[in-house]
Design a protein around this ligand. Structure first.
Ligand code: GLU
Length: 307
């Protein structure tokens, strides 16, 4: 496959259901940032999780984004096609096998001094003999080891348009999942590796996404550094929340484009998105391109209500 030329932005949804109002708003923002800065704009289908992803869902998401008026530079990249690139990247990183079950990690993480959410390093410094034993035990259970990054830093700093210099912890993130021998296939790559390899491959130097992913940016930027890839400039945007401040969800009513189209025109929906960005009179994404002023965007989550 040809190497794509940046500079570029991207929108990278996981195809596990229809996009809701919050996803659509983030996609519009990603498109606005890319196009206002003269960048290409790619759509990437993040379908490495084969159990939760479907080709049909990906097509519906693309149709919905196009219905809003967004355009993408070809081609659409599908992560399920990218196993060779992830394997190449893995071979270039300092890694180790991890034999822990989720339960092992949970238990170790509840020990005194453990940092919540961080891998406690249980398998990091095992001897070759210990590894051989753990590998054998795992094989007896029909399981494969996971592969983790051996991180040489404990934190990393990224630059973010709305959050400034953001420093966060870096741990030995999973790069390839373990799982069961009988189910093992090229689909076991982890999100953190795939997102970094693909951003590098596509020349993505501007990452716009929901601020629920801000915490993952330092580890991803560190991985990019370890792979000698350009670190993107990050723009983590506020989420849309349901009433009460929870994540927007089905229970909040007609939240997907298709549900909203049951009693609204497409231009009204674009107007609602524009309204949530502070431009209630604009009813096309091209109109937004002329007026959107990034520094004016509210830093607070936007509360969705049945409009
Ligand atoms: N695929 C991720 C999601 O849908 C987004 C990843 C990213 O933008 O870096 O949550």
């Amino acid at each position: 496959m040809a190497v794509f030329q940046g500079p570029a932005g991207r929108y990278a949804p996981s195809p596990s259901g229809d996009l809701h109002f919050g996803n659509l708003r983030t996609a519009v923002l990603a498109w606005l940032f890319a196009r206002q800065s003269g960048r290409k704009f790619f759509l990437r289908v993040e379908d490495i999780d084969s159990e939760r992803s479907s080709a049909e869902s990906a097509l519906r998401q693309i149709e919905d984004l196009e219905a809003l008026g967004l355009d993408f530079d070809p081609p659409v990249l599908y992560q399920h096609d990218r196993g060779d690139a992830y394997a190449d990247a893995l071979a270039r990183l300092d890694t180790y096998e991890c034999y822990c079950t989720r339960r092992d990690i949970r238990e170790a993480a509840s020990a005194p001094h453990a940092q919540p959410g961080m891998y406690p390093g249980t398998c990091r410094d095992l001897t070759e003999e210990q590894r051989a034993l753990r590998r054998r035990d795992l094989a007896d259970e029909g399981r494969l080891p996971a592969i983790r990054l051996r991180a040489h830093v404990r934190e990393w700093t990224v630059e973010d348009f709305y959050h400034g210099a953001y420093t966060g912890p870096v741990d030995d993130v999973i790069l390839k999942r373990g799982g069961r021998v009988d189910q093992a296939q090229a689909g076991d790559w982890a999100y953190n590796l795939a997102v970094v390899v693909d951003d590098g491959f596509q020349g993505v130097d501007q990452v716009v996404r929901g601020d629920d992913l801000l915490f993952s940016a330092p580890a991803q930027a560190y991985l990019a550094d370890q792979l000698s890839l350009v670190t993107p400039f990050y723009i983590h945007v506020p989420l849309v929340v349901g009433p009460g401040g929870r994540r927007l969800a089905k229970r909040d009513g007609a939240v997907t484009l298709r549900e909203m189209l049951a009693d609204k025109r497409q231009s009204d929906i674009v107007r609602d998105i524009a309204g949530s960005l502070g431009y209630g009179q604009v009813d096309s994404v091209n109109g937004l391109l002329d007026v959107f002023e990034p520094s004016q965007l509210s830093r607070d989550p936007w509360t969705w209500e049945s409009l």
